[in-house]
Structure formats: C-alpha cells, structure tokens
Design a protein around this ligand. Structure first.
Ligand code: NDP
Ligand code: GDR
Length: 367
C-alpha cells in the first residue's frame, strides 16, 4: 500500500463518470474524501442520471464533485481538463463499451477505446505529470476472446474477437508501454463482466431483468435473446470499483484480473430472473426455435439478430493474484446481484404499469 504521509485531499479524474462504473467509483471516492472530477459528453438531453444524486452545485464553496464537458476523441479538450484538474489519479472508464455495437461502429470504437487511452497518457506526459498522476485503464476479459486457457489469468494469451476487444487490446498495451517507457504509474484492471441495477439496458443481464419485469407487469409480451448458452463470470460493479481504487494505492503499478471465479450461462440468468418474478420457465424446442414458456405463454424467444459475427462463448476468471496481493475478494454473488436487479426493475415496471393503467402513454423501448 502507498504509505505517503501527504494529507491533502486527493484529486481524481474519471472518464465515463456517467456510466455504470463511473457512478459507483465517484461515490466510493467521495466517501474516501477525494475531490472528484468527471468528464461527461455533451448530449442533446441530460445524460447524468446515474450521478444526479451526488451532484453538487458548482457555486457552493469547496464543491468536491465537478463535471467537465469532454470527449475521448478530442485531444486538446483532454489536455485542458487534465491541466485544469491536476489529478493525482485518472480512471479511464470512458468507452464505447458495447461489444455488438463495436461491429457496427468499428472505427469509432477504435478511436475512443484505443486512441482515447493514448490521448490521456499523452496528456499526462505533455503536462509533465508522469510522477504525480497515477493512471487506471479499464481493460477487459474480452481480450481473452477465443480462450487459450481456462480459467483466464494475467498470463493467459489474448485473442480478441471483436473491434471492441481489438481496440481495448491496443489500450492495454499502450498502458503497459507508458509504464515501461516513461516510468509512469499506469496499470490495467482486466475486469470480467460486472453488473448492477445501474447496468445499461442493452447489456444482457439488465436486458433480462428489465424485460422479464416488464412482461410480469403486462408492459411487454416477449423477450428476444441471442446466444443464451454463452457463459460468463459475473460480479457486482460495487465490488469491482473498490478494486480499481486499490490498484492505484500500491507501491508498484501492476495489472490484475478481477473476477469471481464462478461461471454461469445466460440461460441460467434468465431462469433466476424468471424464478424471482414468480414465473418459472419451461424450455421447448431447440436452436433458433427454442422458446421459454411461463405457463402457456411464450415469453422468451431467440432472435438471430442478436447473434454476433464472432462470439465469445465462455469466460471464467482466476482472481488469485488480486486476492493474494491486495486481499481483494468479491462480496456479492451473481445470484444476489440478479435479485437486486430484479427488485429494482420490478419497482420501475410497477410504476410504469400504474401510469399506463391511469391512461398515460408509456412506451417501453426494447433492444
Ligand atoms: P458504460 O457503457 O456504462 O459507461 C461508459 C461511459 O463512457 C459512459 O459514461 C459514456 O458516456 C462514456 N463514453 C462513451 N463514449 C465516450 C467518448 N467518446 N468520450 C468520453 N466518454 C465516453 O460502461 P461501464 O461503466 O460498464 O464500463 C466502464 C469501463 O469498463 C468501460 O471502458 C468498459 O469498456 C470497461 N469494462 C466494463 C466491464 C463491465 O462488465 N461493465 C468489464 C470490463 C471492462 P455516456 O453516458 O454519455 O454514454
Ligand atoms: P459482453 O456483455 O459482450 O460480455 O461485454 P453482454 O452483456 O452484452 O453479453 C454477454 C453475453 O450474452 C450474450 N447475449 C446477449 N447479449 C446482449 N447484449 N443482448 C442479447 O440479447 C443477448 N443474448 C445473448 C452475448 O452474445 C454475450 O455472449 C460486456 C461489456 O460490458 C464490455 O464492455 C466488457 O468489456 C465485457 O462485458 C467484459
């Protein structure tokens, strides 16, 4: 652990602060007494829902939470924000983070997820902050792609299977390179899938809990899925942001796998969710004809539109190094997390159903 005696409050800069991890990490760092700066993208409507509860009016004296407009594709903007904020720690969580979308926008994904990382590292260097600013890169289990070894650990060879993973592979190595070339404290957290009630609605777990909760309240009829036999090692985002911080408090920068070491299928996650909602499933048929029935009602079907051009069939992490060196162990199991997500989405679905029953026009967007 870093035993520095400097007692001035630390300053953190988070890219992707409006995302799932950014919001939990900001909460965590504020609780630790940090001043937290975040980069948010300009959008035509408000996009800060996940951090609204920690928003502080910039007019108040000593506000410890500040948002800056910016984008990982914009070098001069990043340099200016790093210059203004002089961070002790940068957490690069911003990304086009959807694997399926990366096949549709490969160049944008490469720019933001790959070159965006380089731009931040260069900003640190250009501003002469190599010895002050510590850098965390949000690397991913998607790097393992077509897995070469099970379970996957820090030494397992990479085999990316999507434009997203290829871009993140560049980001991984440029982070290692800046550590070795310039002596920067820069490290990669190779994080396996992690979820929460704040997970984006188009990632598989949230799509399932939200979709089935809506079905339970009569707001949707059927949930359309892709490859339900894919296997993932799912943890809770709250556990994982704690580890992101721990990685920047060491004497030496190192890369770590963050995972639970347990694996389940998408199919199992659907079944847990359906059971939580009191509508257990019976499967019939196979392949794209497979259907999940609740009673006589078909509520889960396969839509090949959700198959990916190249799939990552199985991921299972080995977090032994994180446990041995940092004492990190995940506290929330995948099934507990599923329950929390169901409770959250069911409450929302009930609110929507109530409004609908009182004549309000409720459109439930589905993807
Ligand atoms: P989210 O998709 O929830 O959040 C992504 C964030 O990046 C959002 O704040 C988004 O802004 C922002 N962003 C997107 N494009 C840009 C851009 N061009 N410039 C600046 N910011 C941008 O992701 P998570 O919180 O789940 O993940 C955080 C990071 O960890 C990502 O880099 C992801 O790839 C990586 N990761 C995630 C894992 C997971 O299972 N969750 C596992 C391993 C790695 P906006 O809100 O405006 O869209
Ligand atoms: P992933 O997460 O691609 O692992 O990337 P996602 O939840 O999107 O998919 C997990 C698995 O579920 C299968 N699947 C479906 N996925 C989605 N989104 N929608 C469906 O309808 C569906 N049906 C089946 C997928 O094919 C896949 O096998 C996430 C992101 O957070 C990345 O940013 C991060 O790097 C990795 O996790 C680790």
């Amino acid at each position: 652990m870093n035993t520095s005696v400097n007692t001035a409050p630390k300053v953190a800069l988070i890219t992707g602060i409006t995302g799932q991890d950014g919001s939990y990490l900001a909460e965590f760092l504020l609780e630790k007494g940090y001043t937290v700066h975040g980069i948010k993208r300009r959008a035509s409507s408000f996009n800060t829902e996940r951090v609204d509860h920690i928003y502080q009016d910039p007019h108040i004296e000593n506000a410890r939470f500040k948002l800056h407009y910016g984008d990982l594709s914009d070098t001069s903007n990043l340099v200016r924000i790093v210059q203004e904020t002089q961070p002790d720690e940068i957490y690069n969580l911003g990304a086009q983070s959807h694997v399926a979308v990366s096949f549709e926008s490969p160049e944008y994904t490469a720019d933001v997820d790959g070159l965006g990382t380089l731009r931040l590292l260069e900003a640190i260097r250009i501003l002469g902050l190599e010895k002050k600013t510590r850098f965390y890169q949000a690397s991913t289990s998607e790097l393992y792609g077509l897995v070469q070894e099970t379970p996957q650990k820090e030494t397992t060879p990479f085999y990316p299977r999507s434009p997203y993973a290829a871009a993140k592979m560049y980001a991984f190595w440029i982070t290692v390179n800046y550590r070795e070339a310039y002596g920067m404290y820069a490290c990669n957290g190779i994080l396996f899938n992690h979820e929460s009630p704040r997970r984006g609605e188009t990632f598989v777990t949230r799509k399932i809990t939200r979709g089935l909760a809506n079905i339970s309240q009569g707001l949707e009829d059927c949930l359309y899925m892709g490859n339900i036999d894919a296997l993932r090692d799912w943890g809770h985002a709250k556990d994982y942001v704690r580890m992101q911080w721990m990685m920047l408090q060491q004497d030496q920068a190192e890369d770590f796998v963050i995972a639970t070491g347990k694996q389940y299928s998408v199919r199992q996650f659907i079944e847990w969710t359906a059971n939580e909602l009191g509508m257990p499933l019976r499967w019939a048929g196979s392949g794209v004809e497979e259907v999940g029935y609740s009673g006589e009602k078909a509520i889960v079907r396969i839509d090949p539109r959700y198959f990916r051009p190249a799939e990552v069939e199985t991921l299972l992490g080995d977090p032994s190094k994180a446990k041995a060196k940092l004492g990190w162990v995940p506290e929330i199991t995948a099934q507990e997390m599923c329950r929390e997500m169901v409770v959250n989405d069911l409450a929302k679905a009930k609110q929507h159903a109530l409004l609908k029953n009182h004549g309000y026009n409720i459109n439930v967007s589905v993807e």
